[in-house]
Design a protein. Sequence first.
Length: 1033
Amino acid sequence: MSSRTQPVTPPASSRNALRVLPGRGRVNIAQQLAAELRHTIRGEVRFDAGSRSLYATDLSLYRHVPIGVVIPRDVEDVIQAVGACRKYEVPILGRGCGTSLAGQCCNVAVVLDFSKYMNRILELDPAKRIARVEPGVICDQLRGAAEQHHLTFAPDPATHKYCTLGGMIGNNSCGVHTVMGGKTVDNVEELEILCYDGSRMRVGRTSEEELQQITRAGGRRGEIYSRLRNLRDRCAEQVRHTYPQIPRRVSGYNLDELLPERGFNVARALVGTESTCVLVLNATVRLVPSPPRRVLLVISYPDIFLAGDNVAMIRSYGPIGLEAVQQHVIENMHRKGKPLPGAKLLPAGDTWVLAEFGGQTEQDASEKARHAMERIDHELRGHLDMKLVEDPHEQKSVWHIREVAIDASRVPGVEDAFPAWEDAAVPPEEVGNYLREFYEILKRHQYRFTTFGHFGDGCIHSRITVNVKTADGVKDFRRFMNEAADLVVRYGGSLSGEHGDGQLRAELLPKMYGPELIQAFREFKSIWDPNWRMNPGKVVDPYRLDENLRTGPDYRPQRPHTHFHFPEDHGSLAEATERCFGVGRCRGLDGGTMCPSYMVTREEGYTTRGRAHLLFEMLRGDSILDGWRDDHVKEALDLCLSCKGCKGDCPVSVDIATYKAEFLSHYWEGRLRPRTAYALGMVNVWMRAASLAPGLANLITQTPLLRDLAKAAAGIAPQRAIPAFAPQSFRQWFRSRARENGRSKVILWPDTFNNYFHPDIAQAAVAVLDAAGFDVALPQQNLCCGRPLYDFGMLDRAERYLRQILAALRDDIAAGVPVIVLEPSCAAVFRDEMPNLLPNDEDARRLSRQTLLLGEFLEQRAPQFQPPKLNRKALVHGHCHQKAVLTTDNEISTLKKLGLDCEVLESGCCGMAGSFGFEKEKYDVSVACGERVLLPAVREADAKTLIIANGFSCQEQIAQLTERRALHLAQVLYLALDQSSGKEPDRHRYPETELLGTRENEVRSSKRHAALTLAGSTALAAAIWFWRKRRAA
């Protein structure tokens, strides 16, 4: 590089922009800026403590509380926001879904979140194989649209279901199929960008003639291109000589894209700049053919080193994906209670290489894979086990093992690994040797670790148990990072092979590039951002890798007394909130259960991650200051449906439903709760009272005007119907039933809803258990698990209910009598909340183990029971708590025994979620949740298809918003038993009509009886009054 290079020095206050101002000055500037932004943009401006806390972290070790957050609606909003920030000399950064692993998208700046509104595919041209997208478009959104034309966007990181194209461009993201189609930089054609100074331009590949025209035209664009050309000319040979020639060179700026042989591609030079140079307003990206048929070759190795030795050979056979995963992933997922079914498909070994082959036909793909098998077998003399997986469902199960590798790296209470030396890349032929030396470094530092990754491209992911909570741990972390960087550079690799530099690796870039190219990087940034206001402190002129740590030596959270004991988190709510490290899976819009309120609002504060981060900041106490009484935290938790989807779907089983209950118990302590809390939280009390006169209760709750008054008094949405009380409760019916001796005893739990509203479900369960040969008993006392209490934080009462249950059932618990629960949310209380509230109570632990859903019980304790066949189609909606805490597998197995052709919906939460959907303020969100998948699927189902949903809430949502009625598993089994007796089936339009028609007729009858009784009583009272009046006269 020529010595004519001019030093580029950022302004002294650039990196710490507002950090250096006194507190009052910082607040004044932020307030003035916020006021101007609210006046000039249509989008959302959020400078409150809660919003700033939400964006203080990403998926890295770091934490920076931003100045404020702007959520632009369109390009004009972005332009105005940047202009306002420029006026006050405030830094900015663009953010997608916030899953950067090196600290790129958290800073003391104004954060522009593009994901909520700027998420449109503006153009998709299958003939030209390009698409033009806004920065908030989700990767899978684009891939799904492209697949309709047999095309795809090749980069597909593990976060492909929720990461945004803007974030992928900022990071230069990769993924499994970059072996086939390259990194993000290889798939970007043009960018429309905005500079901090307000300059807006479209950039892309530039011929020498075009370059001359642009520079001659002058202006800001001409100046930028002229300086870029000058930089290129001075740096060209150094770039050619120094940049690693490997598939996954992601670290540093892409100055190589300015070389003449690369076409002076300014767009690609800006890919991977991590919001340190410009903002992307929209991007034109390349699409590639997507092989319609795929097969998966699984190759087993005794250790990861031998697997690494063979990578280059396997790559030469043309796979479209080439990954590796270790046994450790399977073991850790088992420890977390999330076993991987795909593990049964793997040949014996410690490490598996997954080589995917594609073709136009299955035969074409299989032939490529079999050819690879033959060559590998020949090269290695038959010393390896291999398996060709051709079935698409089995392939999905095996790929799932690789996809959950990140999940497996954190086992709360056992192993907490972090993204430290996360994604280094080396030449594919050196993977084995690199890993041998890298493992020696890890052992020397006594770190535990999980290793996996994109071995076909030489990119190795590792999650490591670094300790940054102590000063000594931080020192050791710094030593380790330097040693690891030296090793990668020695192998001709890249510090990052996928996730960028940010703060984590930027300090180490001189090891890889040397001082002259680092100076070139600074010059490149200064060309675009001369005032150093774009995401300062990242990539160049960086923060140290061991400062601004999220949980560093200065992290001392509050540890208040809590009702829940959090036994898996050392008894600490603070440690429970630390589980969330920002993976962002809760931002998914399709599939899974979490997080329903985010799915319909796209609000970061309504994600599992957002709520966990707010609680983390609350307990940290330096950004959210009001503790248990903080309204920002409460507002975020208010739209939590307590579905527990996060407990099942979150990689580290964050349980916001439990955290919400704990928070609300303190928030309302010593204060009067809203009326809905008493009306709906204590519903068992009111239902027990109403059962004394169910007809009168129905008259009040089902008659116009009276029902409106009842709903208004209880805070129930006027659009909702209050469920009707059964004329006879299940317990009343059961008293008249004769017991059969000599059979194995089971206890059927008469939950509040099936006891008072739907006793026919419990009656059907009795008939089924009787047919299976069991003696059914009920608890002697009228008990309630207290499920609704948790939604309102009434934990003292909830604990009291549980102790009453344990006392009443003590003898049966000791005898090991199974407790069969029909309502999944009640079963979840016994399985989940009870051990958390009463962790040292042996009876509580036993009852938790002895609690079974009906399907569970029949599959595990009565496998000989074979119900008659129904032979029809069924649409099955799993209850959220059942999916999160238990499983739907047993139920599906039972339904299949009936001969049912089951379609299990990926419907998430129904939206009713106990009392949530009844509350006036939450009605719209409740309906929107149901309308995502469940309700349309029910409406579209064939009239003869059974609709199956076990939860009372799910049944009510379906009943109130469609023409159909859902059946409980017990009712479906009863239907089979009933039809086997010779009764003529399907005499009605819907199969549920026969079963549920009686219920509705009885309710109408009780209501008429109550009305007549009330009218007669009124008439009698009036007659007596007149008689007494006449007699007195």
